[in-house]
Design a protein around this ligand. Structure first.
Ligand code: SF4
Ligand code: SF4
Ligand code: SF4
Ligand code: FES
Length: 600
């Protein structure tokens, strides 16, 4: 790459051809004020806060949108530039209603407010326009107050370039310009917004805000803990903001090599903004009713009820969200329990047979010229994968072939989209036509590829490519740590009623961990509900109250994602840390400690 040298504020700075003045300045430790700039998306050059003087050019120019030229002399600070930046800020403050004391971003979380302080703005020389723009509170998790918008378009660009949804854009003209959702509807009525929250994270003011975090504490004053989302096998990096032992907000970790700061609705909101009833103390069923009991009594009750049983009459069924550390503890006392199984999604057990991590899967998707989805549903289950696929197809022109059982928003961007039934040779000819000439294809498959039609489709797909340019194959299970737990020797079970009836189980311990459903998902199979009813002794260890907890003889409260410690292994094979952001509520204990004290 061609290098260039320029002088910025008297300092000789090296950069690469194509880099902007701002990029080179930042790389050389020179700070230039910005507002509309975001390094993750393309430059907009709209706010003019980053203006600099370049020798030979009479007018100041935006450094974020101007490519550097070799030998140029740049000045980033002087009286004239600061005067112009101050004018810009005054115009921004005058144009809308920036009444900081009633804004959720007050007290340090607003870049506009901080810029005002930085440039010493204590009054403005222009009349306030006091507009009466609408406030959209119809979104499930986010709100938009147009009266605080500075039209920086950071939200528009992240929605388009990172989530790939292009829900947002600019509407109207001049002083009436405003951000619009879809074709000028509301968040509540949007058909394209995925609730990923990227726009809120990008907004430099209080225009876009998280409804459940608003006025719950200034983020600047919160404790920040970096941990990992354990809602799916992607394992996105999180930054959890807490105060007084409660979560105030959750953002993506920009430094995470997995998600690079982006999240989906599950990791961004569903873990903390959806109210759920916690199990806070152990309970023992006496005379038909569950009543609170100390941990020691609950453990004694389990030991007493299971001591008289042979190991083959006892089974332990665990959630695929258990940590790698819990799996190691289980290995220690497995001989005392007949069977240890991990319940997984329908058709997923076959994916766990040969633990099949896909190293650098995201990097492959990012450079793919074709993405094929077979029996996977990332738009619903692994949103950050869906975002990368949307961007690959929409922004980079990668071919997209979807062979899925469910419709999703990805269908709108696909070259071919088909439910996986009754493929005929004409169909495969069409697929081959679409994929002809692709050199970097990626085939992402999910649990539904493990059915007979799925396996047949996989064979057809692989046969389309020449041997030397076959696709990178990526297994994308839906259960968080299923591949690693299977690799640790825990049997994956996707037909529970069969598993429960092939051995004489008399006592069953279900460890549902912090599944949002409290483990009640296993009751979707009605036969399982019947089998649990007739079980002699049932222990349920879970974080949330659910229909499953009603079946239990002993209930054990466990920790939730924000209280957990340990590691999980993501679908790429990366071992990722879970770090506690909160101390456990009530008497909740981590699964592995409770399991150890019962069975060791
Ligand atoms: S939540 Fe995500 S999809 Fe919805 S508007 Fe914001 S960035 Fe776009
Ligand atoms: S809503 Fe926020 S991010 Fe979007 S244009 Fe307005 S100020 Fe910028
Ligand atoms: S893609 Fe998976 S790991 Fe990432 S935020 Fe969504 S649920 Fe969490
Ligand atoms: S940061 Fe460069 S124009 Fe806004």
């Amino acid at each position: 790459m061609k290098t260039l040298t320029l002088t910025i504020d008297g300092k000789t700075c090296a950069g690469a051809a194509g880099q902007t003045i701002l990029e080179i300045a930042q790389a050389n430790g020179i700070e230039i004020p910005t507002l509309c700039f975001m390094k993750e998306v393309s430059p907009w050059g709209g706010c003019r806060m980053c203006i600099v003087e370049v020798g030979g050019i009479p007018k100041p120019i935006p450094s974020c949108a101007t490519p550097a030229t070799d030998g140029s002399v740049v000045v980033t600070k002087n009286e004239r530039l600061d005067h112009l930046r101050k004018l810009t800020l005054e115009l921004l403050f005058s144009e809308r209603n920036h009444i900081c004391p009633i804004c959720p971003m007050n007290k340090g979380d607003c870049e506009l407010q901080m810029s005002g302080y930085k440039f010493g703005i204590d009054g403005i020389r222009y009349p306030y326009l006091y507009p009466a723009f609408p406030v959209d509170l119809s979104g499930k998790y986010l709100g938009l107050d147009h009266n605080r918008c500075i039209l920086c378009t950071r939200c528009v660009r992240v929605c388009d370039e990172i989530e790939g949804a292009h829900t947002l854009d600019l509407g109207n003209r001049g002083v009436k310009s405003q951000i619009i959702v879809d074709l000028n509807t509301t968040f509540g009525a949007s058909t394209t917004c995925t609730n990923c929250g990227a726009c809120v994270s990008a907004c430099p003011t209080g225009a876009l805000f998280d409804k459940d975090a608003a006025f719950h504490g200034a983020l600047k004053k919160c404790v920040q803990v970096r941990t990992t989302c354990a809602e799916c096998p992607v394992g996105c990096g999180l930054v959890v903001y807490t105060t007084d032992n409660r979560v105030v907000d959750v953002f993506g970790d920009q430094d995470s090599p997995v998600n690079r700061g982006h999240l989906c609705v599950r990791g961004r909101y569903e873990t903390w903004a959806v109210p759920r009833e916690r199990l806070l103390e152990p309970m023992i069923r006496t005379k038909g009713k569950l009543a609170p009991a100390p941990w020691e009594e609950a453990i004694a009750a389990i030991r007493a009820a299971t001591a008289r049983l042979a190991p083959r009459e006892k089974s332990l069924l665990v959630s695929g969200r258990l940590t790698n550390e819990a799996a190691r503890i289980l290995a220690k006392f497995r001989s005392g329990i007949g069977r240890v199984g991990m319940y997984v999604a329908q058709n997923e057990a076959a994916m766990c047979g040969e633990p099949d991590f896909a190293p650098e899967a995201f990097a492959r998707i990012d450079e793919a010229d074709a993405v094929i989805l077979l029996g996977a549903d990332p738009a619903r289950l692994q949103g950050v994968v869906a975002a990368r696929i949307r961007v690959a197809a929409r922004k980079r022109g990668a071919k997209l072939v979807l062979l899925n059982v469910r419709p999703s928003d990805l269908d709108a961007h696909a070259d071919i989209s088909s439910r996986m039934i009754g493929f005929e040779s004409a169909f495969w000819k069409r697929v081959a036509e679409v994929l002809r000439g692709c050199r970097r294809p990626v085939l992402v498959y999910g649990p539904h590829a493990m059915t007979s039609p799925g396996i047949a489709a996989m064979e057809q797909l692989l046969a389309i490519f020449e041997p030397d340019c076959g696709p990178t194959v990526v297994a994308l299970p839906s259960t968080t740590n299923a591949l690693a737990l299977a690799a640790a020797g825990i049997e994956a079970v996707d037909n529970l009623s069969h598993w429960l009836t092939t051995a004489p189980v008399r006592a069953l311990h279900v460890c549902a961990a912090d599944e949002p459903t409290g483990g009640a998902g296993i009751l979707h199979d009605r036969a399982v509900a019947g089998l649990l009813h007739s079980m002699e002794f049932l222990v349920v260890q879970a974080a949330y109250v659910s229909r499953l907890t009603e079946f239990a003889d002993v209930l054990l409260p466990t920790t939730v994602w924000s209280e957990r410690d340990g590691t999980i292994t993501n679908f790429e094979g990366r071992v990722l840390p879970l770090r506690p952001a909160l101390t456990p509520r009530g008497q909740a204990r981590e699964e592995l400690h409770a399991l150890e004290s019962i069975y060791a």
